[in-house]
Design a binder for this molecule. Structure first.
Ligand code: UDP
Ligand code: MG
Length: 332
């Protein structure tokens, strides 16, 4: 690949999604500057502004102007965390790309360990949360339940307690770019693709400033994308529930017939009928709903809309947004 410059030092890109993070940006810049001086060499920091409505955008643009190592990419509106990191990874030019949150919950120092493992020859290095400071018991509990449930439901090797803090080698990144799915569960996509993967454990810090941008609704949605995007167990659940309920009603019917033949105890029970009917229609609606979820997703995929729209990019005028659309099977 690099025949022209064989001695070139590998370039590292840091991708950081930002959504209304004005409170934390000054602290983030200080930590990143310190980190870059330790990494040395060629480092690019790609800040993806996911449609912030506070001063984040101006702060990032100003930073990019005074320090060319910072690159400011603004999306045209809020596309959500998963789309923002997708945009960053696709635009990044590094030989290794690291994704981390803006709020300093992912300590920048861990990046050095990730890079070390990459130099050891791994293609994907996940940072795994050994502990999570300053998060509610509810969040920790639901997160733990979710990761374990997901592993049980899918046959994809998604490491438990791994979020979106990870390093990806260029090779895995090209594979990622060839995956055009609309409803993105990025950690699952990297788990799915194989290659040489490893984890680095770290203690998750408290958010340095500001508040979480993941509401309960967004968390539920992400969990949903994880399950439905990587598993057809819900669809099979419909099949099994249908089969079991039909079998049950068949047995019940046989029992009713037997009672009628024996001429005993057939009370005109409207209550049991009402219960049965409402139960069955409930199941029916539920199953139709599950099918509807998958159909809705198919519809979204078929439309092939771009996953994000770049409104501004202070980086070199490289590949520009063209490759948002040209993401067909480049990888065998
Ligand atoms: N974020 C984003 N777009 C969104 C929501 C969040 O780019 O729509 C960014 C946010 O600025 C942060 C990262 O995603 O850098 C993780 O968000 P947050 O820290 O709020 O999530 P939590 O750590 O509470 O799960
Ligand atoms: Mg956070």
């Amino acid at each position: 690949m690099n025949q022209m410059t064989p001695l070139r030092r590998p370039k590292i890109s840091l991708v950081i999604p930002v959504f209304n993070e004005e409170a934390v940006l000054p602290a983030l810049f200080i930590r990143l500057d310190a980190l870059m001086s330790v990494i040395g060499g060629d480092v690019e920091i790609l800040m993806v502004d996911d449609g912030s409505r506070d001063a984040s955008g101006e702060m990032l643009a100003a930073r990019a102007q005074v320090d060319p190592r910072y690159r400011y990419v603004a999306l045209s509106r809020n596309f959500g965390h998963q789309a923002a990191i997708t945009a960053g990874m696709e635009l990044a030019g590094g030989d290794a790309v690291i994704v981390m949150d803006a709020d300093l919950q992912d300590p920048p120092e861990v990046v050095l360990e990730l890079i070390q493992r990459w130099r050891d020859g791994y293609d994907i290095v996940h940072a795994r949360r050994r502990s999570r400071a300053g998060e509610t018991r509810f969040k920790k509990w639901t997160a733990s339940l979710f990761y374990r449930g997901l592993r049980a439901l899918t046959n994809v090797d998604i490491p438990a307690d791994v979020g979106d803090f990870r390093l990806i080698d260029r090779r895995a990144l090209e594979t990622f770019r060839a995956m055009p799915e609309q409803d993105r569960f990025v950690r699952g996509m990297f788990g799915w693709m194989g290659y040489r993967q490893t984890v680095v454990d770290f203690d998750r810090d408290e958010r340095a400033a500001g508040v979480t941008k993941y509401s309960l609704g967004r968390m539920v949605r992400l969990a949903f994308d994880g399950v439905v995007g990587f598993s057809d167990v819900p669809l099979r659940l419909a099949l099994w529930t249908g089969a079991i309920v039909s079998l049950g009603s068949l047995l019940y019917g046989a029992w009713v017939v037997a009672m009628a033949i024996l001429g005993v105890g057939l009370v005109s029970g409207w209550a049991s009928l009402a219960v049965l009917i409402s139960f069955l229609s409930g199941i029916n609606l539920l199953m139709t709903g599950i099918v509807g979820v998958y159909v809705g997703r198919t519809h979204r995929e078929v439309k092939q809309r771009p996953l994000y729209i770049v409104a501004r990019d202070t980086g070199e005028a490289r590949q520009a947004p063209a490759h948002i659309f040209a993401r067909t099977a480049e990888v065998a």
